[in-house]
Design a protein around this ligand. Structure first.
Ligand SMILES: Cc1cc2nc3c(=O)[nH]c(=O)nc-3n(C[C@H](O)[C@H](O)[C@H](O)COP(=O)(O)O)c2cc1C
Length: 404
C-alpha cells in the first residue's frame, strides 16, 4: 500500500507528523564541554514549529578522540549533559514533534590539532583529506571501549527524552570506516568479511538492548562512495539485512566519504571562495597561491553528478532487501519529487538537510501549498564555513562579519 506525504505515521512506535524528516546537520551551537545551548534549543523549536515530521540532531560525539574538527561540536559523553538535553526534548515535544539524536565517532576524519588526541581508525591508513595525521589502529580493548561508549551514549539519549537514536554509519566516520574495505584492512575478527566488518555495530545493538530495552535505534548508512575498494550498493544491501536482524528501527540511505569531496552534499559548483578563507587545507596558503589555485579548482575539479535525488536508486535497492522503514536523503528539494518518492518509489520517508538550513519551516510551506521548491541553491558555503562559525545559510555570499 502506498503512503501519503502528509499523513500522521509512526516509526518503531515514534509518532511522526508527516514523512519529511530533518536529516542530521552539525549545528556548531554547543557550549562548554559540548553541552547544548539556548541557541541550539531555539533552532530545534523553529524546526518543530515549521512542521518537520521529525528532527534528527546534528551528530553528537561519544568520546573525545572522536570529536570532529568543526566549530562547537555537541558531545554526548557525559551524564551531566542529560538535564540540558532534556530541556531540548521537552521544548520540541511541546510541538508534538519527535526528536532523534544522531551519535557518532569521527574516526580518522578529524584532526589531532583540534581534539588534542591521537586520531584512531580500524586501520592505520592516512586519510587523503585529513592528511596531517596517521590514525592509530584500534586495539581489541579500544574497540571494546568504543562499543561501551556508544552504548552509554544511547542510554543518555534515552534518559534525556529523545524519541530514538541514530547511529552514524555513513560519510566515512568511524563505524562506516569499519564497514568499508577501503578503510578497514584488518585481518582479525573486526575485518575481512562483511560479517566481521559489521561486528562492531552488531555488538553495539546487542549491548544497547541489555540496557536500553526496545528503545528505537536507527542508522544512517553509506550505500556507496567514490572509493575503488569502498562501499558498493550490493554490500550495503547485505549490511541493511544484518541491521534488520540486529533490530534496527530504520535505515537512512546516504553516500560518500570526506575524501570524495562534496559527494555527500552535492552542488553544481565548488565553494572555492569559502574554502580559501575557511578551510584548514587552504586558508593558510600564501595569497598568490590562492589566487592561482581558486580559478583552477573552479574550472577543473569535477563535481559529482547527479545533483538531485542521488541516493534514490540505492535506497530503492535497500528497500527491496529489507522489511524495515527506509529514509532517503540527498538532493531532495521539492514537494513533487517528495510525493513521487513516497507514493511511487515506495520510500517510507524522505529527509533533507540544506533545505532546512535556509527555511526551517519548509515542510509547513510545502503542506500549505505556498511554496513547492526549496530556496536552497546548494552553494555548500554552510558546510565549508561550519569549520569556524555556527550553522547558517550564506546563500552563495561570503560573510562580511564574523558572527558567533
Ligand atoms: C552543514 C552541514 C552539516 C551536516 N552535518 C551532518 C551531520 O552531523 N551528520 C550527518 O549524518 N550528515 C550531516 N550532513 C549531511 C546531510 O545530513 C545530508 O546527508 C546531505 O547534506 C545531503 O542532503 P541535502 O541534499 O538535503 O542537503 C551535513 C550537511 C551539511 C550541509
Amino acid at each position: 500500500m502506498s503512503h501519503a506525504v502528509f499523513e500522521q505515521t509512526s516509526l518503531a512506535g515514534i509518532k511522526l507528523k508527516n514523512r519529511i524528516i530533518r536529516s542530521a546537520t552539525h549545528e556548531g551551537m554547543a557550549g562548554e564541554k559540548g553541552f547544548p545551548t539556548e541557541k541550539l534549543k531555539s533552532l530545534y523549536v523553529r524546526l518543530a514549529k515549521g512542521d518537520a515530521g521529525a528532527i534528527i540532531t546534528g551528530n553528537a560525539i561519544i568520546q573525545a578522540d572522536g570529536k570532529s574538527s568543526l566549530f562547537a561540536v555537541t558531545m554526548i559523553d557525559d551524564d551531566n549533559s542529560i538535564p540540558a538535553y532534556r530541556e531540548i526534548t521537552d521544548a520540541v515535544h511541546q510541538y508534538e514533534t519527535p526528536i532523534i539524536m544522531q551519535i557518532a565517532h569521527c574516526g580518522r576524519q578529524t584532526r589531532s590539532k583540534s581534539t588534542g588526541l591521537q586520531t584512531v581508525a580500524p586501520s592505520a591508513l592516512r586519510d587523503a583529506y585529513y592528511s596531517e595525521d596517521v590514525p592509530k589502529e584500534l586495539s581489541e580493548n579500544e574497540i571494546d571501549e568504543i562499543i561501551g561508549n556508544f552504548v552509554a551514549a544511547i542510554l543518555r539519549t534515552k534518559q534525556a527524552g529523545f524519541d530514538g537514536v541514530q547511529l552514524h554509519l555513513a560519510h566515512g566516520y568511524l563505524l562506516s570506516e569499519f564497514l568499508s574495505s577501503y578503510s578497514n584492512r584488518r585481518k582479525d575478527r573486526w575485518g575481512g568479511s562483511t560479517e566481521n566488518k559489521y561486528r562492531i555495530i552488531d555488538e553495539i545493538f546487542k549491548r544497547a538492548r541489555e540496557t536500553a530495552g526496545d528503545y528505537p535505534i536507527l542508522v544512517k548508512l553509506n550505500a556507496y562512495d567514490g572509493r575503488k575498494s569502498g562501499m558498493k550498493i550490493e554490500e550495503a544491501v547485505r549490511i541493511a539485512q544484518m541491521l534488520e536482524k540486529s533490530g534496527c528501527a530504520a535505515i537512512e540511505v546516504s553516500c560518500g566519504v570526506v575524501e570524495d569531496g562534496l559527494y555527500t552534499m552535492r552542488g553544481e559548483k565548488l565553494p572555492a571562495d569559502a574554502a580559501m578563507k575557511y578551510n584548514f587545507k587552504y586558508k593558510n596558503l600564501p595569497e598568490f597561491v590562492k589566487a592561482i589555485a581558486k580559478p583552477v579548482i573552479k574550472k577543473f575539479m569535477k563535481q559529482p553528478k547527479p545533483v538531485l535525488k542521488y541516493n534514490l536508486d540505492a535506497a530503492i535497492h535497500i528497500k527491496k532487501g529489507v522489511n524495515i522503514p527506509v529514509i532517503v536523503v540527498g538532493g531532495i528539494n521539492n514537494i513533487n519529487d517528495i510525493n513521487d518518492m513516497i507514493v511511487n518509489s515506495n520510500m517510507d520517508f524522505v529527509s533533507m538537510c540544506r533545505p532546512f538550513i535556509i527555511e526551517p519551516d519548509i515542510v509547513g510551506k510545502f503542506q500549505k501549498g505556498t511554496q513547492a521548491k526549496s530556496k536552497c541553491i546548494m552553494c555548500n558555503y554552510c558546510m565549508i564555513i561550519a569549520e569556524e562559525q555556527p550553522l547558517k545559510c550564506y546563500y552563495g555570499k561570503m560573510p562580511k562579519t564574523i558572527e558567533i
